[in-house]
Design a protein around this ligand. Structure first.
Ligand SMILES: O=C(O)CCC(=O)C(=O)O
Ligand SMILES: [Fe+2]
Length: 358
């Protein structure tokens, strides 16, 4: 069954917090993915930040090369050669920056100001605004998760020495008609490793699909050998999980939000990090580029992502991020896995049952 998708209006957050908390909890325990509106970031600001990212993406690969992805940090640039080595398909490029930029400076992951004037300041200002929205959303879960009030605010402090939250851009060029890319996924099924993700999508550039009910735990149950589950710490999968996927298309002025593995662990499994993927344009759709922006909310590297009931092992944010990044590097060795991971059959792609304000 395809899913029912919810929209939660965050406007007048402070005065409506009890009501919004109930709605967010319902949306989050439902499909694990939901839309938020009334978040306070204008369409102009969003478009300006997409354009900022495209200035980076549109540079020559040789110019971008010094910012090459560092797996342990999950920061930097993965160009299409790199993603091709990992999944045998060059339809995805990504640049992720650390919002506490001492990591970025230490590893030379920013390009010089001269190359992209104003790029860094613009990205960090936008990420700070997005992080404040994430902090509001998370504060609504504290009661239900029996976490002390203010837990997430402390955890998300962008200025903290070890803050590991990431902001960045995904770029998927329009596949050439008839090319293998046109019949495969653009991004393989995975669950996010973070606490929550804020995803900015652009109207006219669809492709995101979700599989409610399938998270890292359900996936492990589908995969008794454990081989696939262990690939990327349960984050990415090679052909599993299977089922009917629900399209989660861009909605005007909405941010798409989803739960990651860290919040699943912190909530002892109450909230689920739903599997998702990105497909190429369908045969009846105009082949378009897809541009998205993400805020991967990780908070502070030293924090232990274990809930009060200790359902999951005690791992730190930094350890979970490194496991994900190192897993990505490992799949470069397994061509058979890559083919399974990127396979797409159009019959599995379904429209949502309904999209409704809760
Ligand atoms: O680009 C998208 O729509 C999805 C991106 C995503 O899932 C990710 O970067 O983790
Ligand atoms: Fe994701």
């Amino acid at each position: 069954m395809p899913a029912r998708l919810s929209i939660v209006d965050l406007s007048d957050f402070n005065s409506r917090k009890p009501e919004i908390s109930k709605q967010l909890l319902e949306a989050a325990t439902g499909s694990g993915f939901f839309y938020v509106t009334g978040h306070g970031i204008s369409q102009e600001e969003v478009e300006e930040q997409f354009a900022n990212g495209r200035r980076f993406i549109d540079l020559h690969d040789a110019t971008k090369a010094p910012t090459k992805f560092i797996p342990e940090l999950f920061m930097g640039w993965r160009g299409r050669q790199d993603t091709n080595a990992a999944v045998g398909n060059d339809s995805w490029e990504q640049y992720l920056v650390g919002v506490n930029d001492h990591y970025m400076d230490e590893h030379g992951l920013w390009l010089p100001e001269l190359t992209l004037p104003g790029f860094r300041a613009s990205a960090l200002a936008f990420a700070t605004k997005a992080n404040a929205i994430a902090a509001n959303i998370l504060s609504c879960f504290e009661d239900a998760l029996e976490l002390p009030p203010g837990f997430f605010n402390e955890h998300l402090d962008l200025q903290a020495e070890d803050a590991r939250t990431l902001f960045g851009w995904n770029f998927y060029p329009a596949p050439k008609p008839g090319s293998p890319q046109a019949r495969q996924l653009r991004l393989l099924p995975h669950a996010d490793t973070d606490v929550i993700t804020l995803l900015f999508q652009r109207p006219g550039e669809p492709g995101l699909e979700i599989l409610p009910g399938k998270d890292a735990d359900a996936h492990a149950a589908d995969d008794p050998s454990g081989k696939d589950t262990n690939r990327l710490n349960g984050a990415w999968t090679g052909g599993l999980p299977r089922g009917d996927w629900t399209r989660m298309d861009p909605l005007p002025r909405a941010i798409t939000v989803n739960i990651g593995n860290m919040l699943m662990r912190l909530s002892d499994g109450l909230l689920h990090s739903t599997y998702h993927r990105v497909r190429a344009p369908l045969p009846d759709e105009e082949p378009a580029d897809r541009n998205t922006m993400v805020l991967f909310v990780h908070g502070r590297g030293h924090a232990i992502m274990q809930g009060p009931k200790k359902v999951y092992p005690a791992q730190t944010v930094a350890e979970m991020i490194a496991a994900n990044g190192n897993g990505y590097e490992r799949v470069k060795q397994d061509k058979e896995w890559q083919q399974k991971a990127m396979a797409f059959s159009p019959q599995t792609s379904r429209r949502p049952v309904a999209i409704e304000a809760v």
